[in-house]
Design a protein around this ligand. Structure first.
Ligand SMILES: Cc1cc2nc3c(=O)[nH]c(=O)nc-3n(C[C@H](O)[C@H](O)[C@H](O)COP(=O)(O)OP(=O)(O)OC[C@H]3O[C@@H](n4cnc5c(N)ncnc54)[C@H](O)[C@@H]3O)c2cc1C
Ligand code: FES
Length: 258
């Protein structure tokens, strides 16, 4: 059952916060009111009415929602050019998001690159419930590290960069084991190779972990089967059953990188 709403929304602001990465706030009270961390919206980008782009809900605040995206192809280039008061056609909230256990006090969040997009919403929601958050925030280089002043103030964050230009040199997966013991629950979002490293090196040591998967999507609503993956319980549609899955439910050897 899909509870997504269709909405034509005003852009409130649209800023490039890192090279090629934009933060767009949209006035979308209906969608913001029911959105949960880990869910996404399908955005119509310009005259491409056939294929909407799936983008995670990055934050919600007083009837507004924010998306954080990398300017890549035609759709996100169009999006990056939209000014204040421009109208954007969106559908959401879609998918199944992260779920925090009531008894989990210490949460470990692992963000690889743009993976910070959905984890911000989760971090804000968790801190408002009094949970302790440690965030491992990875980027290729200093200029691509998500700005510290945009993170919730009451979380502990540890930065890694591939080239060592900020924080610890290396990847979030290199330091994951150092933070595992204190974590009651783990949440991750990043590229498939990041998950593969975790899987191949057994870095979770059986700790519960939820991850958000990024696959190609056409409809985003369970209608086209274009986003199907193999999971332990059979075939799953990432847009409808996910994008958040338990780490152990995914059959990593059969997942195709995009
Ligand atoms: C559930 C989900 C949440 C996402 N959240 C974010 C986010 O918060 N921020 C962000 O920067 N990116 C996010 N992505 C990836 C984002 O959807 C693609 O980068 C974007 O669609 C590329 O569109 P484009 O017009 O720039 O590229 P184009 O190459 O012009 O797109 C062509 C087609 O390919 C599809 N496509 C291309 N790359 C991807 C991709 N990586 N994943 C899925 N479809 C793709 C597009 O939907 C489009 O239909 C998310 C993907 C999914 C599945
Ligand atoms: S994208 Fe169409 S079923 Fe998931």
């Amino acid at each position: 059952m899909i509870n997504a709403k269709h909405s034509i929304c005003n852009v409130i602001s649209n800023k490039e916060i890192m090279p090629g990465v934009f933060l767009t706030w949209i006035e979308a009270p209906d969608i913001a009111a029911s959105a949960k961390p880990g869910q996404f919206i399908m955005m119509q980008c310009g005259d491409d009415t056939l294929l909407r782009r799936p983008i995670s809900i990055h934050r919600v605040d007083a009837g507004n929602l924010a998306v954080l995206y990398a300017k890549l192809g035609r759709g996100t280039q169009w999006l990056s050019k939209q000014k204040e008061q421009a109208l954007i056609d969106i559908l959401g909230p879609l998918g199944n998001g992260y779920s925090i256990r009531h008894d989990a006090e210490n949460l470990l969040l692992i963000a690889g690159g743009m993976g910070i997009a959905p984890l911000m919403f989760l971090a804000e929601s968790a801190t408002s419930k009094g949970k302790n958050i440690t965030l491992l925030l990875g980027a290729q280089k200093a200029e691509m590290v998500f700005p510290a002043n945009l993170l919730p103030v009451d979380i502990k964050s540890i930065v890694t960069t591939d080239d060592g230009s900020m924080g610890i040199k290396g990847r979030t997966t290199d330091i994951l084991l150092d933070y595992l013991d204190e974590a009651d629950q783990i949440f991750a979002c990043g590229p498939t190779p990041m998950y593969r490293t975790i899987y191949k090196n057994n870095l979770l040591k059986n700790k519960p972990c939820q991850i958000s998967l990024e696959v190609r999507m056409a409809c985003g609503m369970g209608a086209c089967y274009g986003c199907t993956i193999k999971a332990r319980q059979g075939l799953k549609q990432v847009c409808h059953d996910g994008p958040v899955f338990d780490f152990d439910d995914v059959i990593w050897d059969e997942l195709v990188d995009i």
